[in-house]
Structure formats: structure tokens, C-alpha cells
Design a protein around this ligand. Sequence first.
Ligand code: ATP
Ligand code: MG
Length: 329
Amino acid sequence: MMYERVLTGDRVTGKLHLGHYAGSLQTRVALQEQYETFVFLADIQALTTHFDRPQLLGQHLHEITLDYLSAGINPEKTTIFIQSMIPEIAELTLLFSMFVTVNSLRHNPTIKAESKNSSLDELYYGFLGYPVSQTADITFCKATIIPVGEDQLPHLELTRKIVRRFNELYSPILVEPKALISETPRLVGTDGNAKMSKSLGNAIELDSTKEEIIFKIRKATTDPARVHKNDPGHPDICPIFAYHGAFRSAGVTEIREGCERGTMGCSACKQLISTALDQLIEPMRELRSYYATKPKLVQEILISGTQHARSIAQETMAEVREAMSLNYF
Ligand code: ATP
Ligand code: MG
């Protein structure tokens, strides 16, 4: 096993979907064979937008844990933990926040994009500080490989800056992480929105039944220029074509040609991708039903993962306190 740590989390805001799978989850499953891997349930970060609905967190937390396990995250190889149960992460967030300027947070493009409906006056302190708390998530275990979707790149850049600043100011004990972007850095939503997202209602969840997949794919947006079956299409603007590229290993060139020439109709193209997605999800269903009937086992996985993560966090916290001269006695 190579000695570098892999870490990523997911906001506990709803079930995971194909975007998570293609953008990050699949990579984590592959990396756990080679690296010490940490995956966490970001319940505190869920509160940055869901602070008025905390009672939903427990249910989402349970669903996402099943998503992890069914997608192939192996609890014997990967530490799965709950963010809010590691108080050292909160402590690190607070300490980092002392030397991060508000401007560097306000100009973060992801923060800007996700807060575009609210004016600056309505920007919440915790939401603005998201990248700072993310820095704490990453640095508590000195993770260096962060498999994330493209939307996380600005956050990761800031994390690297915060780490450098900490190391300059105090002592070089933290490690700069790197984003690991998959071949599908941002999966488009079924409505054609650039990002499939839990919060936008344009996602195909990893626990979908065959019927749900068929239904959502049938309703999905395609190239609006294709009114009749034989109209030539523009695959590069079609979500369905993006799914072919992301989830099918063969036959993608034929789809492109068929679409552009008007010989492959949208409904045949949709049937093909529905079948492929069902085949991708089928093995996940089996694992899901295995774990769904063992709530005690799932709970033990979370408790022991959290304990393990916490012991590492305590070691780092001791080093940080010493570096910052906060060890008074
Ligand atoms: P929310 O809308 O509630 O923020 P989300 O769908 O953006 O939810 P997150 O929990 O914020 O999900 O993100 C978890 C991880 O999944 C991140 O690394 C993110 O980049 C990645 N990810 C999420 N959606 C996509 C997508 N459509 N394509 C690729 N990666 C994605
Ligand atoms: Mg998000």
C-alpha cells in the first residue's frame, strides 16, 4: 500500500446519483485498493444550506452510507466517518478562519455560482466559509489525493493556499492536497443543466429501479433541433449522448454518427442508455439489499470508521496546537 491518503466527502443533502458516481465515487472505489482511503458524510456542510431542516440529516446520512456500500466502497479498506462527530475538524476550521480573507472566499467561483440566487447581504457566514471547513476536512488526516468533480476545483485551490499559509505562519506540518478529476468532471443533468445535482431535481439516483431509469431517461431533454426522428442531431449538446460517453465503453462513435446523420432516433438512443444504466446499477442493488437488512452492521461500520478518523484527528490537532503555540501547560 502506498503511503498517501485519499479523502472525499459528500454533503448529506440527498441520495447519491450518477454524477457522484462518474465524478468521484468510481475513482474512490478504485483507489481504495492502493491507498488508505477516507470517505465522509458531510453533515455540517449540509447545514450550510439546510440549517432549517436538520431533522433530515439522519435519513440522508443513512441513504448515502448505503450508496457508498452498494457502489463498492469496502469498509475493510475505506474509513467511512461522520464529519460532525470529529470535533477537531470544527476546531481546525476555526483556527484556519483567522487567516483567510473574506475576499478570497467571496471570489470563489463555486461559492458565487451556488449563491447566485441570494445577494451578498443574504450570504451566510457558514456557507461563505465552506472552503475553510473543507480545508479542515482534508488536513485533519493530511490527505493528498482528493477525487472530486470539477465544481470543487476552486475550493481545492483555496485549501492549498490555506495550507501554504499555515505552514509559513507556524510550522510546515500540513500537506498540500491535489484534486483528482475523473474523465467525467461534471455530469450534465437530465434537464440539460450543466450539473446533475441533488438539489436541482435532475438526477438519476444510484438506488433507481429499472422503471425509474427508463422513466427519467424518457423524460430527459435532448437536442431541441430534433423534432422528427430523421432530423440531424447535435450530440454534443444532448445529455443522453453525454451519458453514453460516461457510462458505455463501446458503441459511442456509432451513436454520434447515427445522431448526426439522423439515422438513430432519440427513442432508440434512449433505450440503449437505459439498458446500460440498468446494467451498471444492477450489482449495486444486490449489495444494497444485503446491507439494508443489516442496520446494526452499517451502524458499526460508521462508528468504528469515525473512531479511527477521530484518533488521527487528535494526533494532528496536537501538532497544530504545538505549531501555533497553543499548548500552554
Ligand atoms: P448539492 O447540490 O446538495 O451540493 P451535489 O450533487 O453537488 O449536492 P456534493 O455532496 O456537493 O453533491 O458533492 C459531492 C461530490 O460529488 C463532489 O466531489 C462533487 O464534485 C461531485 N459531484 C456532484 N455532482 C457531480 C456531477 N454532476 N458531476 C461530477 N461530479 C459531481
Ligand atoms: Mg455541491
